[in-house]
Design a protein around this ligand. Sequence first.
Ligand SMILES: [Zn+2]
Length: 300
Amino acid sequence: MPGKRNVEADDETIKEVLQKKNTVKRLRGNGDFRSEECIEYLKECDICCTNPPFSLFASLFSLLVKYVNAEYPLRNKKAESLIPADMRFPDILMKRDAAHLLQLILEKICAGNAIVPVSGYRSLKEQSDIWNDSRRENGEDFTRKYVALPNHSEHQTGLAIDLGSNEEEIDFICPDFPYDGICDAFRKAAPDYGFIERYTKDKEAITGIAHEPWHFRYVGYPHSKIMQEKGLSLEEYTHFMKAHSEDKKYHFAQSHGAEIEVYYVPAEDDNTLIEIPENCIHQIYGNNVDGFVVTIWNKV
Ligand SMILES: [Zn+2]
C-alpha cells in the first residue's frame, strides 16, 4: 500500500490511503489479467484481487506462480513453492496453487472451523520419522497399511493433504473424516477444484493403499472431474489417458459450454516436442511414468 509499508491495513487505513490523490488509477487497457499492463502491476503488488472465469484459473495460477515474489527470491526450493495450506496452521504446507484451491473449497462449503488440515508436505526426513514412530507405537502391520514408506509418500510432493473433522482429539495418522455432514460436502466439492479422494475403499487393490477417507490429492482440473465422473483412481486415469493420444483427444465438456481437450504425448528419449495451437490456454504436465498430459482450454 503506497506510503503505508508495515502498517496494519484495517478499514480506516485503507480508506485514508484511497482518499489520497492518485492512489487509485484507471487501467489503460481492458484489465485482462494476462495483459502486459496487468502483469507489470502483478510484479509489483503485495496483494492481488481478481475474479477470473473458472476456465482461466490454470492460466491465472501459472501467472501468479511466475511473477509473485519475483523480486524476493526465496532461499531454498522447498520454500519457493510451498505455503501454509491454511493460515490457521502455518506449519502445514502445500504447493502454492493446491493450497489456494483447497481454501476455495473450504470457503465454498462454508467449512468454518469444522475441518482442519492434519498433515501436508513432508520432507524425506519427516516421512522417515513418522514411519519409525508409527512402527514403534503401532507395530509393523498397522504402519505398512497406513504410512507410506519414505520416498513413496504423496505427502513428499506437496500436493497431498490429510484433513480431519475438528474434534477434541485428532488422530495424526488416521484422522476422522466421515462420509456425512461437512466432511462429505468437502469430498463432493473437491473435484470441482482439482482435488480427489485418493485412496477409496473400492480401489484398494489398484492403489495398493488401504482406504484413507482423510487423504486428498491435488491432481488439477479437469482431471479431477473426469476421474470423478468416470469413477477412476489416479492409476486408472493415467492408463485411461494413454489411450487418448493427439489424434484421439479426450473432449471434456464444461457445464457452461466451454470445451477442454486432454491428450497424452509419450516421452521421447531426449526432448519431446509438443505442438500447441497459437494463443490458447494450455497446461502440460508429466504423468510421472512415461509421458505428458496436455490440456487445452477452447474458447466457447
Ligand atoms: Zn495422507
